[in-house]
Design a protein around this ligand. Structure first.
Ligand SMILES: [Fe+2]
Ligand SMILES: [Fe+2]
Length: 471
């Protein structure tokens, strides 16, 4: 085991006991965090034993220790990936220089903004998912929801550590604000728009973990390249946990698709609503909504902020360090589609200004891979319809496409057209009522709700009928 202190009130591998001031500040924040968790974390089952994994170290044996825990007793800790000796800034103007072990004065505000924006999404998603525990389709799914939630809590800890350790009084204030904002609150909302959207049913939950957590993966990956080494090490470790969230989403959607395809094959021509299943059209609508919102999270297509972050060595490209490429990204261009005189045209943009789009490209590619998997489920069942991702211009709220309207094929359309066709593209009130009507809790070990297929594998090598939550 590496230098992990598990006996501390706050388990950590950052030698907290030798920094009394920081330790005190974090211990002062801890009860507020627990209050927030009680108010805004899962609405039910807080007093039940859940089969959860807890990180107790950052190595292969330590990062996933399974056992029964009540959520409020979960050991939220501060874990950074092991320091790489001699690591250098991998990209930007200072590429090749030793990494920053502390915050460079000139980048203080920028770094704080990057960290706060990332941090804010972690508690936000817990808040958005708060009510889902009432309608879980199986014990295993209920357990997975809680696993995702406690780990988002830990990610908040990871970011709050950075704020309190490196940003003094400002950092402590930001840490308090993170517990004050609430997803969807009219007066004090979360920072990024998409994290204020409701996530009322499990189709939304799986879409959310598929698309929104996957955005998180790419943001964390870009920050894991950072020349600010404590941020890079924090994000590297978060990525190991984040992988589970993405698979909950991707596999969850695949299971819904499998079940719908089964029902379609067994009852050709029938409306799946009569059979308690989820029609593919509703799945497609959920994809349209969450995928398009997740694209916004990458920021504008042409961005001087992104260029500055890259130049400063703060936020890199996906897998920058592994890539055999020119890490300065100078004297290169990227083609971006922009709107000019009411038409979409290609414009060449200096590569550094297109960093958000580079990251979005990698993300979209990963989403397309998942969609191919879902479509294989349909193919296997003999269905002819296929699911798809809308084009990147569709239903955007910021950047080059935020001021116009597009159809899912990416064609410019009028405002009137866009609003007229809402019901075709997004869940309607009737769709939501239907989803609500079929989402009843199914909590007997080994049982599964009728609208989703059981998973092929259980958790931690346990069977599907294992008692993942002791109700
Ligand atoms: Fe997270
Ligand atoms: Fe996550």
């Amino acid at each position: 085991m590496s230098d992990v202190d598990l006996l501390d009130k706050i388990p950590n591998n950052v030698d907290l006991k030798s920094d009394r001031k920081l330790k005190r500040a974090l211990e002062r924040w801890q009860p507020d965090f627990i209050d927030w968790w009680q108010q805004s974390g899962p609405a039910e089952y807080q007093d039940k034993d859940i089969y959860l994994r807890t990180a107790i170290d950052v190595d292969a044996e330590g990062w996933a220790q399974f056992g029964y825990t009540k959520m409020p007793d979960y050991r939220w800790g501060i874990f950074l990936a092991t320091e790489v000796p001699g690591r250098v800034i991998p990209f930007g103007d200072q590429a090749g220089q030793p990494v920053y072990r502390d915050v460079p004065g000139e980048y203080r505000n920028v770094l704080r903004r990057i960290i706060v924006n990332q941090a804010d999404t972690e508690p936000a998603s817990v808040e958005q998912q708060r009510r889902l525990s009432a309608t879980a389709p199986s014990l295993l799914d209920l357990r997975n929801l809680f696993q995702v939630n406690v780990e988002e809590g830990r990610h908040l800890w990871a970011m709050v550590y950075l704020l309190q350790r490196f940003f003094g009084k400002d950092g402590r204030e930001e840490a308090d604000e993170l517990l004050r904002r609430r997803a969807g609150d009219a007066d004090c909302p979360r920072i990024l728009n998409a994290f204020n959207n409701p996530c009322p049913d499990w189709l939304s939950f799986f879409s959310f973990t598929m698309f929104m957590d996957r955005d998180g993966k790419f943001q964390l990956a870009a920050l894991a390249e950072s020349g600010f080494d404590p941020l890079a090490r924090t994000c590297r470790f978060m990525l190991t946990e984040e992988a589970h969230h993405l698979s909950v989403g991707e596999v969850g959607m695949a299971r819904i698709v499998r079940r719908s395809a089964e029902l379609m094959a067994e009852h050709p021509g029938r409306d799946l609503r009569e059979l308690g299943g989820i029609p593919l059209e509703l799945i497609q609508k959920s994809i349209n909504y969450w995928f398009s919102y997740s694209l916004d999270l990458f920021g504008g297509e042409i961005s001087s902020n992104a260029a500055d972050y890259f130049a400063a060595g703060l936020k890199g490209r996906f897998k920058e360090e592994q890539k055999e490429t020119e890490h300065g990204a100078l004297n290169q261009v990227k083609r971006i589609r922009v709107i000019e005189d009411g038409r979409l045209v290609d414009r060449e943009v200096p590569l550094r200004n297109a960093m958000n789009e580079c990251l979005r490209d990698c993300y979209i590619e990963d989403c397309e891979r998942a969609l191919r998997g879902w479509n294989r489920e349909l193919e296997k069942a003999g269905a002819e319809v296929r699911l798809r991702l809308p084009e990147r211009t569709f239903h955007r709220h910021l950047g080059e496409y935020g001021h116009a309207h597009f159809n899912p094929d990416g064609e410019l359309i009028s405002d009137i057209d866009f609003h007229r066709r809402q019901d075709e593209w997004f869940l309607t009130d009737a769709d939501r009522r239907y989803l609500e009507s079929i989402m009843k809790p199914c909590l007997e070990p080994g049982k599964i709700a009728g609208w989703i297929a059981p998973p092929v594998k259980g958790v931690d090598g346990k069977p599907f009928d294992f008692e993942y939550v002791r109700i």
